[in-house]
Design a protein around this ligand. Structure first.
Ligand code: NAP
Ligand code: G4F
Length: 335
């Protein structure tokens, strides 16, 4: 049985990756942070309907800002694969908390790589680094691929560029099997409520339920390449199954604006978003990435990876899930 170690297991991607690895027969260890509120809601279902002796999910308290305990954990668990997904992952918030964002996303990655290196050469571990399309910033090239230069435009993106290069450097200097997944935006019903797609589908469901009258958004002209999260965690796993470590863009190759997302989501329930959406300057960023679109040809060829879910289906899945969460019946709208 293989053993995996996941930072960020309580987040959107970490929870889907845990589902995938458990289904593949792995024993999964995850780092969780102490929180004043319950923060394991996305992974609790893994414990349901299984006998205690069958539980292959183990949670450990830790933090990417605190390196020594991470080192001790890795030494104790001796994982075969490490997925470093933990981060302050909100781009807008990284402008308010730049040092903290860098501490977690940039130095946190370095702490993980040092912890891995301390395991010694006799223990071969494969390392996945959660790199981001945000690193391309306002790129001069469209679509972006593995050779496109980075032009980061936020503290978050700068931190991720540092982490990307650190993973490459440990690969070259120490022969570590470290791969970067340069993932474009990926979404689903477990997406954090303050990212724009989920904010829209949750806001729409609350409007339909009569709880809210308005939805306040920022730059709705921004364009992103949005995919479905389950496809993207499969790509992470595929990268660590390769004999050689490498870096891969993971994307759908199709770009839509926030306006397009609004159009699609509201029309599914027979509403016009213009009647409900107001622009609020609070949600604008000091600098924003106008558009991102990825070219995942390398992943297609080398990993055999392809996205399974298109934009319309992604919006449908998210709207249906948020209607259900509000105890509204999605089938009433044919969803
Ligand atoms: P997310 O939902 O925001 O989850 C982030 C995870 O990191 C959570 O488990 C969070 O714990 C944990 N975390 C935050 N600060 C930490 C710290 N100081 N120490 C340890 N753990 C910490 O993000 P996601 O969407 O799943 O994304 C996963 C990773 O992929 C992130 O690194 C993100 O930057 C990157 N990424 C995401 C996308 C995307 O479209 N989703 C695209 C490219 C790259 P709590 O639950 O306790 O907050
Ligand atoms: O949903 P977003 O916050 O995602 P963003 O900034 O693209 O970052 C996400 O994807 C990255 C991959 O490229 C990840 F690395 C990162 O961790 C995160 O998962 O915003 C998308 C766009 C932006 O241009 C933003 O300005 O939507 C625009 N937007 C418009 N109104 C809004 C809002 N974004 C948010 N969060 N909230 C709004 O009200």
């Amino acid at each position: 049985m293989k053993t995996a170690f996941i930072t960020g297991i309580t987040g959107q991607d970490g929870s889907h990756l845990a589902d995938l690895l458990i289904a593949k027969g792995y024993e999964v260890h995850g780092v969780i942070r102490r929180s004043s509120a319950f923060n394991t809601g996305r992974i609790m279902h893994i414990y349901q309907d299984v006998h205690q002796e069958d539980v292959r999910l183990h949670l450990h308290y830790g933090d990417l800002t605190d390196g020594d305990p991470l080192m001790r954990l890795l030494d104790k668990i001796q994982p075969d694969e490490i997925y470093n997904l933990g981060a302050q992952s909100h781009v807008r918030i990284s402008f308010d908390a730049p040092l903290y964002t860098a501490d977690v996303a940039a130095l946190g990655t370095l702490r993980m790589l040092e912890a891995l290196r301390s395991l010694g050469a006799d223990h071969v571990v494969r390392f996945y680094q959660a790199s981001s399309s945000e690193m391309f910033g306002n790129s001069k090239e469209t679509p972006q691929n593995e050779n496109t230069p980075f032009r980061p435009t936020s503290p978050y993106a700068c931190a991720k560029v540092f982490a990307f290069h650190q993973a490459c450097q440990y690969r070259e200097a120490y022969g570590i099997h470290a791969s970067n997944g340069i993932l474009f935006n990926h979404e689903g019903p477990r997406r954090g409520e303050t990212f724009v797609t989920r904010k829209i589908t949750r806001g729409l469901a609350r409007i339909m339920d009569g709880k809210d009258q308005k939805l306040f958004l920022g730059n709705i002209d921004a364009k992103r390449d949005w995919g479905y999260v389950a496809d993207y965690v499969e790509a992470m796993w595929l990268m660590l199954q390769q004999d050689e470590p490498d870096d891969y863009v993971i994307a759908t190759g199709k770009m839509y604006s926030v306006r397009d997302f609004l159009d699609r989501a509201f029309s599914l329930v027979g509403r016009d978003w213009r009647d409900f959406v107001e622009i609020d300057p609070r949600y604008f960023r000091p600098s924003d990435v106008a558009e991102l679109c990825g070219d995942a040809s390398k992943a297609r060829t080398k990993l055999g990876w392809a996205p399974s879910t298109d934009f319309d289906e992604l919006v449908r899945i998210m709207v249906a899930a948020d209607l259900e969460a509000e105890n509204l019946d999605p089938t009433k709208y044919g969803l």
